[in-house]
Design a protein around this ligand. Structure first.
Ligand code: TMO
Length: 315
């Protein structure tokens, strides 16, 4: 495949300017600790391999990755969630070296969430004030008299503790060690319909397994994470919910276009929807496929989705 590309290129050079050609160096794609991101990264990696390019995956911290993209240690990031990573992304943008490579079609939300049976015990939900009035229902051995909220892994920087303090809530925040620990916690509560409140997000596989709702906190406003005056508590940051209609972006190293123009062009065309992303997660979290197999299966069923993005970038 590389040989054909090279031949086509030398033929083109006779009659006109050389076509841009992607470097043989591996395109380094970062992988994090939630399933849709891992499967999506494998899907795009397999698309690139199908274009004759070399790909390498590295597992990285989901906040530090923006520094890695900025410095060109990795070429791109496929899932920039506004709620979890907006701040790190903006900070790296300001320093320079990476850029916004466009939004996915998907609309995202990440926040405190409960399975629907919780509402039977606390009917004032989804309001955060009603949740707080019910705090004792969520007490565990770890939280004493207060309610327990199981937050995401630490590197997602959800600022649950700061939110509890800023809003004067009667909750203890515990960080899950992994995404799997969140699903185990929901699964364990299911048999007895025990009220629980955990970090969750959409698009995700979980919505097809456990009907539920996000807690409604004070509406997100830009600056809620950087200006204490924004939000109901004028002296505190993080006194708002996460964006309820957040973006999901792609980010690219500024040098990517020059080094891998074809791959970069495809990156700018890529736009996955909520159901497509939920399905990527489901193939791992429900169907228990390995991420590479999940990507294979997803691509086998969705070739018509990705082929136009590749075709649009053919020299
Ligand atoms: C970043 N995440 C989708 C896990 O909230």
């Amino acid at each position: 495949m590389k040989k054909l590309t090279a031949l086509a290129l030398s033929a083109a050079m006779v009659t006109g300017p050389a076509l841009a050609m992607d470097s043989d160096d591996p395109i380094v794609i970062p992988i994090h600790n939630w399933s849709s991101q891992i499967v999506m990264s494998n899907v795009v990696g397999q698309m690139y391999e199908g274009m004759g390019l070399n790909v390498e995956f590295v597992t990285t911290d989901s906040q530090a990755v923006y520094e890695s993209v900025r410095l060109g240690d990795v070429a791109l990031e496929l899932e920039v969630w506004e709620g979890a990573f907006g701040a790190s992304f903006r900070e790296a943008l300001e320093k320079g070296g990476l850029h916004d490579a466009g939004d996915h079609d998907a609309v995202t939300r990440e926040d405190w969430w409960y399975p629907m049976w919780t509402k039977d015990a606390c009917p004032g939900l989804p309001s955060w004030e009603a949740l707080n009035d019910c705090a004792a229902l969520f007490a565990t051995a770890e939280s004493g008299d207060r309610g327990m909220y199981l937050d995401g892994p630490v590197d997602w920087l959800k600022h649950g503790q700061e939110r509890v303090a800023a809003l004067g809530m009667d909750f203890v925040v515990v960080n899950a060690g992994s995404a799997a620990a969140l699903w185990a916690h929901i699964g364990a509560a299911e048999a007895d319909k025990k009220p629980i409140v955990v970090f969750n997000w959409t698009p995700n596989f979980a919505e097809a397994v456990w009907p539920g709702e996000f807690v409604e906190f004070p509406t997100w406003e830009d600056g809620c994470d950087s200006d204490p005056a924004v939000g109901p508590n004028k002296d505190a940051l993080y006194d708002c919910g996460n964006p309820a209609t957040g973006y999901l972006k792609k980010a690219a190293w500024d040098g990517m276009e020059g080094k891998w123009p074809g791959a970069y062009c495809v990156l700018t065309k890529i736009s996955f929807t909520n159901p497509q992303i939920a399905e990527m997660a489901k193939l791992v979290d429900t169907d228990e496929l390995e991420p590479a197999e999940a990507a294979d299966e997803w691509l086998a069923a969705n070739g018509d989705v990705v082929q136009p993005w590749i075709d649009a970038c053919k020299g």
